[in-house]
Design a protein around this ligand. Sequence first.
Ligand SMILES: O=P(O)(O)OC[C@H]1O[C@H](OP(=O)(O)OP(=O)(O)O)[C@H](O)[C@@H]1O
Ligand code: HPA
Ligand SMILES: [Mg+2]
Length: 165
Amino acid sequence: MTPYSKDFPVSWEELHRNARALSWRLLEQGPWKGIIAITRGGLVPAAILCREMDIRLIDTICIVSYGEDEKGNGAMKQGELNVLKGVEGDGEGFILIDDLVDTGRTAAKVREMLPKAHFATIYAKPAGKPLVDTFITEVSQDTWIRFPWDMEYTFSTPLADRQGK
Ligand SMILES: O=P(O)(O)OC[C@H]1O[C@H](OP(=O)(O)OP(=O)(O)O)[C@H](O)[C@@H]1O
Ligand code: HPA
Ligand SMILES: [Mg+2]
């Protein structure tokens, strides 16, 4: 059974605003040598951060953990972590960026790979929060965040029509 009972849709505008807020926080803590994005969710935040912070050195850690759950409703369940591509060194002076931390399993893995990097996310859930150095918005553990790149505009049934269904 999925541990997620709430949906939290995020618009492009909201994501952009939060990523810019994160840039402000990280700028104060620099200077930085570069950004390492955790693919794929870290790629859009990384693009916004490096534009705001004038960072030109961008690398990736390519890691896969979640697959679609058995209901096929877009919520995911986590499998084995599979690192497709790492990065040389210990991460000193680099920002390691991801869209969110949930259980913290991905964070624990990348921290083990790059122990001196500064780990930043836009969103954090309580279980993963202790593993993040800087984040912007906390959501509850039973919330599934829906990023704008995973959604499209569609008809919404009026609330009154949904009652009793
Ligand atoms: O804290 P955790 O429970 O480990 O979950 C967080 C990770 O899960 C998601 O990535 P996912 O593996 O789904 O891949 P994607 O970024 O390619 O969509 C998200 O982007 C984080 O990287
Ligand atoms: O809440 C979430 N939303 C999107 N991807 C995720 N990967 C882990 N948790 C989440
Ligand atoms: Mg990811």
